[in-house]
Design a protein around this ligand. Structure first.
Ligand code: C5P
Length: 286
């Protein structure tokens, strides 16, 4: 029986993002506390038996060929598992904003790896993460998700105590950022302020939501152009005014998130921001 499977590809937020060094291979060493949130793309895989890879997405400007990370993930899976490629149709319904710092593409790739391994069972989790690493730096994290400390390029993962229950308002400004471009602008020796990673880890251990929220921080924010920082400052102000315990940018941005203990306060920020921004969400941690 040809298989058909639907999988949720969850978005991530960076509660913290620090860049500690530039590596000889051109990548950077990172130190980030990652958190999965209840916002997802829906990925449906269907085995066709015709040996052809087909990608369908509901976002016209996303690649619908072998360049899509979902297609890359599928091909790498069959290679690593030494299985013949049967032909696949992959349908991607996007909800996670694109080029937003929320790991949407990586999560789609990770969901494909999870779905294929659930079907064929050919790889261990470690092997699946190694395949993920060859696709993108956030893919190993996205395979399992949760509250995690990610280091190295993003592939060294340590599960952390879950974030205490809380609400997130997520808002993508009206511009997009290319990850390689922002990395190329970053100068590690010019980073003046860094996240308190030890402090946020201790707060997570203690189940101290306010302690976590006070320490959300992303070194990339200060490398954005002043005009763009102004837009982020506006979103931050709305979130803080409504009672956010902490606000930061996720990944290489530009999506901003506010973390709230109280549903009503999050709802207030969401109602204001959604009138101004198309990509605005009210959600929770997974
Ligand atoms: O691994 P991924 O394809 O997601 O990375 C996209 C780009 O981000 C890389 O080409 C690189 O420029 C930059 N990057 C980096 N250091 C990392 C992760 C990504 O410099 N740890």
């Amino acid at each position: 029986m040809p298989f058909s499977k639907t999988e949720r590809a969850f978005a991530k937020l960076n509660l913290t993002l620090d860049v500690t060094a530039r590596r000889p291979d051109g990548y950077h060493d990172l130190c980030m506390v990652m958190q999965t949130v209840e916002l997802w793309d829906t990925i449906t895989l269907r085995e066709t038996g015709n040996g052809v890879m087909r990608i369908h997405t509901d976002v016209p400007y996303l690649p619908d060929d072998h360049k899509n990370l979902a297609a890359v993930a599928a091909m790498r899976y069959f290679e690593a598992a030494a299985l013949p490629f049967p032909g696949l149709e992959i349908q991607i319904q996007k909800q996670i904003p694109v080029c937003a710092g929320m790991g949407g593409g990586s999560s789609d790739g990770a969901a494909v790896l999870r779905a294929l391994n659930a079907q064929y069972g050919a790889l261990s989790l470690r092997q699946l993460q190694q395949v993920g690493e060859s696709i993108g730096s956030d893919v190993p994290y996205c395979i399992c998700g949760g509250t995690v400390l990610a280091e190295g390029k993003g592939e060294r993962l340590r599960p952390l105590p879950s974030l205490p229950p809380c609400f997130f308002v997520i808002c993508k400004p009206k511009f997009s950022i290319s990850t390689p471009t922002l990395f190329s602008k970053l100068r590690v020796d010019k980073i003046r302020c860094r996240p308190d990673t030890a402090g946020i880890l201790a707060a997570l251990e203690a189940g101290d939501l306010e302690g976590v929220a006070r320490r959300v921080y992303n070194v990339f924010e200060s490398f954005l152009e002043p005009k763009r920082q102004e837009e982020l400052a506006h979103i931050r102000a709305v979130m803080i005014d409504s009672g956010a315990l902490g606000v930061s940018m996720s990944g290489t941005g530009p999506t901003m998130f506010g973390l709230y203990a109280a549903r009503q306060e999050a709802e207030t920020a969401f109602q204001i921001l959604k009138k101004q921004y198309a990509d605005c969400f009210f959600t929770r941690s997974v």
